[in-house]
Design a binder for this molecule. Structure first.
Ligand SMILES: C[S@@+](CC[C@H](N)C(=O)[O-])C[C@H]1O[C@@H](n2cnc3c(N)ncnc32)[C@H](O)[C@@H]1O
Length: 270
């Protein structure tokens, strides 16, 4: 069996990622839009979306900057870029370009973007400071940094139930891969240390009471199940039982499901 590498991404990519990332966008999209408006995103701006996944955030940015603006989506995964390109074309966006590259070395022109954004990216990186350095270099002087990153250990349900396995499993998986899925708690000092004085912070913790929204934590645990088992966090039989219990709570339960608390940070490059 291939050995997991430090920093290895443990969730699905390509077509298999589309359903979960679209639900994630339904959950976090409205809060993200508020953040971008508050941070100062305007029509006509040049924006970059690092770790763009299947392009849900990129499409949102494309709508917000409008036909006179441009958005560049960057992801290290070719299957993600392919899905993102297809979805953008289907939505009729002509102001978007996608680039397959590491978020820490995008190859994009320096000092050229009005806004650089990422969502649920930094927690997947061994060295988030490296990516922040790149984001700063891409921005024009006075340009806007906007970041959304969730603390995966803050998710669960009220009252506590099977959904709490999400926080437990991701919390324990991170260190086995050199990652900290709760790094969002340190986002403000990290951003300040990257050369963005006086970063702003607000928190967004969506809840799910009904319908498909109740499945986001389950689907995430299902996607990462091979990683949890490969790292010896639980046996395959225990994994199957955990997924069954989470599915049952989502389907039949009356609990309040708490999504990971999202740290929304924005700042300007001096
Ligand atoms: C959880 S997904 C989030 C996607 C999108 N930002 C969203 O919120 O819908 C994280 C994405 O980061 C990408 N990624 C992971 N490591 C990366 C790296 N070093 N450089 C660029 N992208 C990376 C993954 O391929 C994946 O598409």
């Amino acid at each position: 069996m291939p050995q997991p590498q430090t920093g290895q991404y443990s969730l699905a990519t390509g077509e298999a990622a589309v359903r979960r990332l679209n639900l994630l966008h339904k959950t976090y999209g409205p809060g993200g839009r508020n953040l971008l408006l508050q941070a100062g995103l305007k029509p006509g701006m040049q924006a970059a979306d690092l770790g763009c996944g299947v392009g849900a955030t990129t499409r949102g940015l494309a709508e917000m900057v409008g036909p006179t603006g441009r958005v560049t989506g960057v992801d290290v995964s070719a299957p993600q870029i392919e899905q993102a390109g297809q979805a953008c074309a289907a939505a009729g966006h002509t102001n978007v370009t996608f680039v397959e590259a590491s978020a820490a070395a995008t190859g994009l022109p320096r000092n050229s973007f009005d806004l650089v954004y990422c969502r649920f990216l930094l927690l997947h990186l061994v060295d988030p400071a490296d990516c922040l350095r790149e984001m700063r270099e891409l921005l024009k002087p006075g340009g806007i940094l906007a970041i959304e990153d969730g603390d995966l250990t803050s998710a669960g349900s009220l009252p506590p139930g099977p959904q709490n396995s999400f926080a437990d499993l991701f919390g324990r998986l991170g260190p086995t891969r050199g990652l900290d899925y709760a790094m969002a708690n340190s986002l403000v000092p990290l951003v300040a240390a990257a050369g963005f004085p006086e970063p702003n912070l607000q928190l967004n913790q969506p809840v799910a009471l009904r319908g498909e929204d109740r499945y986001l934590l389950n689907w995430s645990v299902k996607e990462a199940a091979p990683a949890f088992v490969a790292e010896g966090l639980l046996t395959q039989a225990e994994m199957d039982a955990t997924i069954d219990a989470m599915d049952k709570e989502s389907r039949d339960g009356n609990s309040v499901i708490l999504m990971p608390r999202m740290f929304q940070v924005w700042a300007r490059k001096p």
